[in-house]
Ligand binder design. Structure first.
Ligand code: DQA
Length: 138
């Protein structure tokens, strides 16, 4: 099974960005661990700070992947366009947030994307990505 992890804006800064909220590990290092842990799956990773690139990647994913793990970061709370894409594509998407968005500012509590996902995992740190992958594996 091929799973694509897509990270949105500023998640290229993981490890350095607000480590009290997002932790001190880079996503590249965590991704290496994920590949080791889920050896039977083919995992890929894509990050972009650009809304249109995230949309292009989601559309393309249905040709090559059986599922997507998506952390759209701040676009979660603003992007009807990404929500429309998640609704339109034929493969399941699991939404992940590293932090617990429900304990933070009010503007982070709403997700335009969540209604069109298989499920949402929030607040478990980077481990949320592993939980999302497990949901495809079972
Ligand atoms: C985030 C939460 C968002 O509100 C924020 O804009 C992010 C990261 C998270 O993973 O906790 O960039 O998606």
């Amino acid at each position: 099974m091929k799973i694509l992890i897509i990270n949105g804006p500023n998640l290229n800064l993981l490890g350095a960005r607000e480590p009290d909220i997002y932790g001190a590990v880079t996503f590249e290092d965590y991704f290496t661990q994920l590949q080791f842990r889920f050896k039977t799956l083919e995992l890929s990773y894509f990050q972009s700070n650009h809304e249109g690139e995230l949309i292009d990647k989601l559309q393309e994913a249905q040709e090559n992947f059986q599922g997507v793990v998506l952390n759209a970061a701040a676009y979660t709370h603003t992007s009807i366009a990404i929500a429309d894409t998640v609704k339109a594509i034929k493969i399941p998407v699991v939404e992940v947030h590293i932090s617990n968005i429900h304990t933070r500012e009010d503007f982070r509590k709403h997700s335009y994307i969540a209604p069109y996902t298989k499920g949402v995992i929030v607040g478990f740190g980077l481990e949320g990505y592993a939980l999302a992958i497990q949901s495809f594996n079972s």
